[in-house]
Design a binder for this molecule. Structure first.
Ligand code: DLL
Length: 432
């Protein structure tokens, strides 16, 4: 099933023509309405007249997360705030979130992209969508919600957490499509087993999983345990949210909605485009966004693009699974965590040395984070109660800054291995 065949299966030459027209228009829009981009283009000695086809995209400046942070909160909006109808945000390196604004038309384009995804998975108006992505500033919940409503499905806006209730309602309502992170899907699968409810009494048949990297093995495990087809959904808040890309029934690559979000792959060191099929950093340019259009936004996600036609009939480019990120951002249970956030919490407290090691793992299909941190000699004590109180203090501060539980392990002064070069702060055992 295809939601918008005329776009999703358009011949690539016609698609490039549309992309060229849209790029020119968007560049004019930001040049006249976003002082940040006008200045950047002036520094490069270009004006909108220099952009006449999609091939001219390489002349345009890059945008990074730091640019969004520097223009916090609304500095990159290209329309008056009265036209912004929705604001989302994701956590950033400094504790200040990355903020994005959408106009009414942006929201409808985003819902269209999600409708393409859900239709590609084989979902339709008779499905019950169990949306267990978080609702709120995170784009997962409200994004999936809008896409499911747009295809006429019945939406159950569960949000995340309260696993027991999730299972009860999934069972009683007869949910057929599950939207959540792949790690939570596995957690749910085990919890369903533990609940004693027979699997045959569940009607689940499709999963829309994303927001964090996952592997082919994990897909098989989820499909096996839940008895469903598990599909990838890709996205990031800066570009829209979930639905920037989606898998089709062939499950060999994630199609990108390139009529709205134009993808490039660059070498993250030289910033030059790489040859098709080569791995590098994924970069997106908004082609239709009104509220906060970004030019050549560096996602830091590492992947490759393939332009040959998919057996499903779609011509939209296919993206390999995300290999990882070129920066150090960790995604723990779907939440973005930067080691620098942890470092700043540690450094705020006088009791600790700035020496720590973060050990990330996946136990029972759930991400875990252990923080080993050195206590300063003057605070280090043999008294268990004192050490327990200190541990609790740090853990609760981390919980409030990160929004995640961290298993804190206090260690003796000078016990963490020092490095003469770059310090290794993170050990990620998840093998993703
Ligand atoms: O995670 C949006 C989303 C919600 C996507 C629900 C899919 C489902 P952010 O919080 O801004 O937005 O995080 C974006 O998450 O740059 C990737 O590194 C990672 N990511 C998202 N989807 C996938 C995926 C949402 N399918 C960052 N596979 C992105 C691997 C993914 N990584």
């Amino acid at each position: 099933m295809i939601w918008n065949e005329s776009i999703e299966c358009m011949d690539r030459e016609s698609l490039r023509k549309i992309q060229s027209i849209r790029l020119k228009k968007i560049v004019e829009h930001v040049y006249h309405n976003t002082p940040f981009y006008r200045k950047k283009m002036q520094e490069l000695g270009i004006t909108p007249d220099d952009i006449n086809s999609i091939d001219d995209i390489v002349k345009l400046p890059f945008t990074t997360k730091y640019d969004l942070r520097d223009n916090y909160p609304f500095g990159l909006c290209a329309v008056p705030m009265s036209q912004i109808v929705r604001i989302h945000a994701s956590s950033g390196t400094t504790g200040k979130p990355t903020v994005v604004g959408y106009t009414r038309r942006d929201l409808s384009a985003w819902a269209e992209c999600l409708s393409r995804a859900f239709t590609a998975y084989g979902a339709g108006s008779s499905d019950f969508f169990h949306v267990a992505y978080g609702y709120g500033l995170f784009t997962g919940g409200l994004g999936a919600h809008a896409g499911a409503e747009n295809i006429g499905a019945s939406v159950i806006p569960m949000s995340s957490g309260n696993t027991e209730k999730q299972i009860t309602l999934m069972h009683d309502f007869g949910s057929t499509v599950l939207c959540c992170t792949p790690s939570y899907a596995l957690y749910l699968a085990d919890a369903i087993k533990d609940s004693g409810l027979p699997r045959e009494e569940f009607k689940l048949r499709i999963g829309a999983f994303g927001a964090e990297p996952w592997t082919e093995n994990m897909r098989h495990e989820i499909e096996e345990k839940l008895g469903i087809k598990a599909y990838d959904i890709y996205g990031l808040s800066e570009i829209a949210g979930p639905g920037v890309g989606y898998e089709c029934e062939c499950q060999h690559g994630t199609h990108l909605n390139e009529d709205h979000y134009f993808p490039e792959i660059i070498n993250p060191n030289t910033l030059e485009p790489v040859a098709p099929g080569e791995t590098g950093e994924l970069v997106f340019t908004h082609l239709t966004k009104e509220g906060m259009p970004l030019l050549r936004y560096r996602t830091k996600d590492l992947t490759a693009l393939h332009y040959d036609k998919c057996p499903c009939g779609r011509t939209l480019v296919r993206m390999d699974r995300i290999l990882g990120r070129s920066d150090d951002m960790l995604i723990i249970r779907g939440v973005n965590v930067f080691p620098t956030q942890i470092e700043s919490v540690i450094l705020e407290m006088p009791e600790f040395e700035p020496h720590y090691l973060l050990i990330v793992d996946r136990k029972n299909n759930t991400d875990t984070m252990e923080l080993q941190v050195e206590v300063r000699p003057e605070y280090y004590s043999d008294e268990i109660n004192r050490m327990l109180a200190l541990k609790k203090k740090l853990a609760s501060r981390l919980q409030s800054v990160l929004g995640l539980g961290v298993d804190v392990r206090l260690v003796e002064p000078r016990s963490i291995e020092r490095s003469v070069g770059k310090a290794k702060r993170v050990i990620d055992n998840r093998k993703l």
